[in-house]
Design a protein around this ligand. Structure first.
Ligand code: SF4
Ligand code: SF4
Length: 389
């Protein structure tokens, strides 16, 4: 099946999700460029509102850069302070008019009590809703996934059972996600529903380089609708310190988020990664497989050794189309490096913050100064660089 027909098949399962994705692509490719060049730091309302419901997580994965309970210098409030369901509903009311994608993640979002109340509320207000989960609690909430009207369930899987459990540092993690997905599928079938689309997402990590192809069979076993891979996001100690200096100079911000992403990527066994990517390209399955960013064979070495290499990306369009809301209501432009805070939802409306003085200053400074020293390994730099197979 050609990539075009695979896309069509996926769109049939959830047309509103497909329509939304087309809108996001148009925004990133066309109107965000216009905003970047012409609007002096202002932007049209965000197309993606990504909510980190909680910083708590029930896993401790090898590749995770987020702070964990007990980490030095991380205050307890980082995990305890989060907006209530009613506060999040008020945010949904603020954004419903322009129908963005409402993307729920964490930490682990299923830990947040009331998540499915929010999903149902957002659906009733016409939003497209996604949850990105490690699926440890999925079996428990399988009914709610279906009843809430969720559009898109993204489940992180790193490889076959032993590899996944090893990367996730949790024996039994794979079995739990398998049972969770099976339960969701069973309820879906009983009610004859096409939603939610279930997407398997794997982060490419040195411990699974040699096993990526096996994720195709895993996705088939799970009845997944697509398989997405992300290259590893990481930085170096030197690069992190440069970022810290730039953030201090440009914005007076003490930027520390990079510390969890320090990874020594030189000398990785890239031949096994090349082989795996090559076999993915020649896959014969009838569901889409995507890789982001797509790095050609001859540039893979550079991606993993040269933190200036951006595969041609020169500016960050995401800060004109996506916004990230933290558990305590802080609003930030950057998903994994939430050091710059443009405002707080307990004090101001999201749209006021989105085009407020601080957000505009961030966009203007990035335009003037160029990318930040950590941008080259941030997922949002590569929104337009996705290989679809
Ligand atoms: S499930 Fe996600 S947030 Fe939790 S430890 Fe793993 S990578 Fe980090
Ligand atoms: S690419 Fe840079 S500016 Fe854009 S979201 Fe990522 S860290 Fe922020």
């Amino acid at each position: 099946m050609t990539p075009f027909f695979k896309k069509l098949r996926l769109a049939y399962k959830n047309p509103s999700l497909a329509w939304h994705k087309a809108r996001v692509t148009f925004r990133n490719e066309v109107t965000a460029k216009g905003d970047y060049h012409l609007r002096d730091g202002k932007a049209r309302p965000p197309m993606v509102v990504a909510v980190r419901l909680t910083n708590l997580c029930n896993m401790n994965c090898k590749m995770c850069g987020q702070p964990k309970v007990g980490d030095e210098g991380v205050p307890k409030s980082f995990f305890a302070d989060h907006l209530s369901v009613d506060e999040w509903k008020r945010v949904i009311d603020q954004i419903a008019r322009f129908r963005p994608n409402f993307y729920l993640w964490g930490g682990e979002p299923l830990i947040y009590k009331g998540i499915f109340d929010l999903v149902a509320y957002a659906k009733a207000r016409g939003l497209t809703v996604q949850i990105n989960t490690n699926a440890l609690l999925l079996e428990k909430y399988a009914h709610d996934v279906i009843d809430s009207g969720l559009d898109d369930l993204i489940v992180s899987v790193d490889g076959p059972e032993a590899v996944h459990d090893d990367i996730r540092c949790l024996p039994g993690a794979f079995a739990k996600l398998r049972d969770g997905i099976a339960t969701v599928r069973r309820w879906q079938a009983e009610r004859n529903l096409r939603k939610p689309v279930i997407r398997i997402r794997g982060t490419i990590h040195p411990d699974n380089f040699a096993h990526l192809q096996e994720l195709v069979a895993t996705t088939q076993d799970f009845g997944g609708d697509s398989l997405n891979f992300n290259q590893l996001w990481f930085t170096s100690e030197e690069r992190g310190r440069q970022y810290q200096d730039v953030m201090e100079k440009l914005f007076g911000v003490q930027a520390t988020s990079w510390r969890g992403f320090v990874y020594e990527a030189n000398g990785l066994p890239l031949d096994s990664l090349r082989e795996a990517l090559d076999s993915l390209i020649h896959n014969q399955v009838d569901f889409p497989i995507t890789i982001s960013p797509w790095i050609p064979d001859e540039k893979l070495e550079r991606y993993y050794s040269d933190l200036d290499y951006t595969a041609g990306a020169k500016t960050c369009r995401a800060i004109y189309s996506k916004t990230y809301l933290m558990p305590n209501g802080d609003v930030t432009p950057c998903p994994d490096y939430p050091d710059f805070i443009a405002g707080n939802l307990r004090e101001r409306n999201l749209l006021d913050i989105w085009n407020g003085a601080k957000y505009r200053d961030f966009r203007r400074q990035l335009k003037r100064h160029g990318l930040l020293p950590i941008c080259a390994r941030c997922c949002d730099l590569y929104l337009a660089n996705v290989k679809f197979m």
